[in-house]
Design a protein around this ligand. Structure first.
Ligand code: N01
Length: 536
C-alpha cells in the first residue's frame, strides 16, 4: 500500500474499542485532545464482541457493571436481566459508541503490530499489521486483560476433522450443536456458562476437566423494575458507595464483618445459606476472612462441595466435580444450572488431571491410550491473561527496550498505569492494578479519569513527557506481592499468577488490596504532583 508522504499524527492513540477504549476516547475528546482508537475487530465491544459463546453473561449485576460517567446514559439505559447476556452487553457498547458519537474516531479492522518510542520527538510511532503508521504523543493500551485466547498446543489438534471453536473467539453465525457429539475442554467461567446450553442441544457432550470449578448460582432473572427504580433514584450515590467497596460493587450487601471462625457451626451454615440463596459473589462476603484465612476458606469450600453432592445424583461424578483447592483462589464461577447439567443422560465428565490429553486424531482425542470420539470441539481454555496481548507486540520504549525484555520476569509497572522505560504510555485494567478483582467498569472509569487528570496536570505545568521512576516501580512490585501474600490467592495455580500458560513467569499480577485503597493511593500520587513519576 502506498504510504502518505507524512505520517499522520494525533495527540492520543488508544488501542482497543472495548469499554476502556470507548470511555478513553470520549474523555480525551472532552479535553480537546485529537484522539483516535484502533480496533482489530470490525465493531466495538471488545470482550463482549469476541466472547459470544452460548451462555456468555456478566457475573456482576448489570446495574453495577455499567458506566457511571454520564447521568443521562445511566438513567436511560434499561437492562432486561439482573445479569445481562452478551448480546445485550454488546448492544450497550454500541449504544455508548453512538450516543457519544465515537465511531468516527475508531479505525476498525486495524490490528496493532507494534510501537516504538521516538526519543528525539518524544512521540510514539505505531504500526498496524497492514503497515499503516501513526505518530502520537500519548499511547493508551486499552487492549483488555483477557483478550489473548489460550490455545493449548495439543499434539495432532490440526488433524482433527471437525470444527474447533474457542469460547473467546466465537463465530458470528449461530453454531448448531443439534445431533452432534460435542467435546468441551476446560471448566473455568466460560465453560461453566456454556456447558449447560450446549448440553441442551448436543446429542452427546463430553467435558474434559483438569481442575474442578467452584460455581455459585447466579439466580439470574428479569430485572425487577421496582429495584431498578430504587437504584436509579439515587444512582450517583449508589455508584459512589460501590467505589468504596473492596471489589467496586455490592454496596447493597456489604461483607459480614465477622470471622467465619468466630461463630458456631449453625450460625455459619445459616450465613452461607442466606448468601447462597442471593447468588453470585455474595457468598464470598458471608464472613470477612474467607479470602484471607485458609481455615475459614476451607469451611466455605466444604459448604459448596456439600451443594455439589446434593445436586449431582451420581456420587462418582459429584466427587469428580468437587474442587479440592481453596475457593476463590481461581475466580469463582457464577452459573446457571452447571452442576445440574451432569445429571443429564447425554453428558459425561472425563478427568484429565492425572492423565492429560495425549493427542488428537481425525475423530477425537486420546487419554491414557483410550480414544474419545466426537464431532465438534469447544476449547474453553481461557486466556494468556493480563500480559499476553502486550507481549505479542513489537513494543519498544526508551533506548529500544523491548517489552518482552522488560517483562521477562513478570509485568513490572507502577500503579498498573505506567511502565518505566515506556514514557507517555498508559495501560488500562492491566497487571499491577485491582483490575481483575474489581468490577472492571469501575476500574476502567478510574483509570481513564486518572490518565485524563494526569495529562491535564502536564498541560497546566508545560510538561510533555511523563515516565515511571524505576524505584517507584520496584516498590510497587513489592506492594502487589505483599497484598497477594495477605490472601489465599497464592495457594493454587491460576491465571492471576500466569500459571495456566506453560513457561510463563510466575508473578501475581493483579493487586489484591481492594479498590478503595488502590484508588486512594493513586489520588495521593496525583496530589503529590505525580510522585513516583518523572515529568519533563
Ligand atoms: O478461562 P479459565 P475462562 N488441558 O482460565 C482448562 C473471565 N470470564 O475463559 O484450571 C486441559 O478460567 C483450565 O484448567 P486448569 C473471568 O475473569 C468471566 O473460563 O488450568 N484443560 C480451566 O479449567 C475468568 O476467570 C465470565 O487446570 C486445560 C479452563 O481450561 C476469566 O475470564 C465468563 C488446559 C480455563 O479456564 C477466564 O475464564 C467467562 C489443558 N492443556 C470468563 N489448558 C463472566 O462470568 C487450560 N485448561 C463474566
Amino acid at each position: 500500500m502506498k504510504q502518505p508522504a507524512t505520517t499522520p499524527s494525533v495527540d492520543m492513540l488508544i488501542v482497543g474499542a472495548g469499554f476502556a477504549g470507548l470511555y478513553m476516547l470520549h474523555k480525551a475528546r472532552c479535553m480537546g485532545l485529537d484522539a483516535m482508537v484502533i480496533e482489530s475487530a470490525p465493531s466495538v465491544g471488545g470482550t463482549w464482541y469476541h466472547n459470544r459463546y452460548p451462555g456468555a453473561r456478566v457475573d456482576i449485576q448489570s446495574l453495577e457493571y455499567s458506566f457511571s460517567f454520564d447521568e443521562a446514559l445511566q438513567q436511560e439505559w434499561r437492562w432486561t436481566e439482573r445479569y445481562a447476556g452478551q448480546p445485550e452487553l454488546l448492544r450497550y457498547a454500541n449504544h455508548v459508541a453512538d450516543r457519544f458519537g465515537l465511531r468516527d474516531g475508531i479505525r476498525f479492522d486495524t490490528r496493532m503490530r507494534g510501537a516504538q518510542f521516538d526519543e528525539a520527538a518524544g512521540e510514539w510511532v505505531l504500526q498496524s499489521e497492514c503497515g499503516e503508521t501513526w505518530r502520537t504523543r500519548f499511547l493508551v493500551m486499552a487492549s483488555g486483560p483477557l483478550s489473548s485466547p489460550n490455545r493449548p498446543d495439543f499434539p495432532g489438534l490440526g488433524g482433527f476433522d471437525g470444527p474447533v471453536f474457542h469460547t473467546a473467539d466465537w463465530p458470528h453465525e449461530p453454531v448448531d450443536f443439534g445431533g452432534q457429539r460435542v467435546a468441551v475442554i476446560g471448566t473455568g467461567s466460560s465453560a461453566v456458562q456454556t456447558i449447560p446450553i450446549i448440553a441442551q442441544q448436543a446429542r452427546e457432550l463430553t467435558v474434559f476437566q483438569r481442575t474442578a470449578a467452584y460455581a455459585a448460582p447466579a439466580r439470574n432473572g428479569p430485572l425487577d423494575p421496582a429495584f431498578e427504580g430504587r437504584v436509579k433514584a439515587d444512582y450517583k450515590n449508589f455508584r459512589a458507595r460501590n467505589r468504596r467497596m473492596h471489589g467496586g460493587f455490592g454496596n447493597l450487601l456489604p461483607p459480614n464483618p465477622v470471622s467465619a471462625l468466630a461463630v458456631s457451626a449453625a450460625e455459619r451454615e445459616a450465613r452461607f445459606e442466606e448468601r447462597w440463596r442471593i447468588g453470585g459473589f455474595a457468598i464470598l462476603g458471608a464472613f470477612n476472612d474467607l479470602l484471607t484465612n485458609l481455615q475459614a476458606n476451607a469451611l466455605l469450600a466444604e459448604f459448596v462441595r456439600g451443594k455439589i453432592r446434593s445436586t449431582v445424583h451420581d456420587p462418582a461424578t459429584a466427587a469428580l466435580l468437587s474442587p479440592t483447592h481453596t475457593i476463590g483462589c481461581k475466580r469463582l464461577c457464577v452459573d446457571s444450572g452447571y452442576y445440574e447439567t451432569f445429571n443429564l443422560p447425554n453428558v459425561r465428565l472425563v478427568d484429565v488431571s492425572t492423565q492429560p490429553i495425549e493427542r488428537f486424531d481425525a475423530r477425537g482425542l486420546f487419554i491414557g491410550g483410550r480414544h474419545h470420539e466426537f464431532d465438534t470441539l469447544v476449547l474453553a481454555t481461557g486466556f494468556d491473561a493480563m500480559t499476553g496481548t502486550m507481549l505479542r507486540l513489537d513494543l519498544r520504549g526508551r533506548g529500544g527496550l523491548r517489552i518482552q525484555d522488560k517483562w521477562q520476569a513478570g509485568p513490572l509497572n507502577y500503579l498498573g498505569l505506567g511502565i518505566a522505560g515506556f514514557p507517555n504510555l498508559f495501560n488500562i485494567a492491566g497487571p499491577g492494578s485491582t483490575s481483575a478483582f474489581t468490577n472492571v467498569i469501575v476500574a476502567i472509569e478510574h483509570h481513564v479519569d486518572w490518565i485524563a487528570d494526569c495529562i491535564g496536570h502536564m498541560q497546566a505545568h508545560g510538561k510533555t513527557l511523563i515516565e515511571v521512576d524505576e524505584r517507584a516501580e520496584a516498590g510497587w512490585a513489592e506492594h502487589v506481592n505483599a497484598a497477594a501474600k495477605r490472601t489465599v490467592f497464592l495457594s493454587c495455580n491460576s491465571w492471576y499468577l500466569g500459571a495456566n500458560i506453560p513457561g510463563k513467569p510466575r508473578m501475581f499480577m493483579p493487586l489484591a488490596d481492594g479498590f478503595p485503597r488502590y484508588a486512594d493511593h493513586c489520588a495521593e500520587v496525583a496530589r503529590k504532583g505525580y510522585e513516583g513519576f518523572v515529568l519533563r
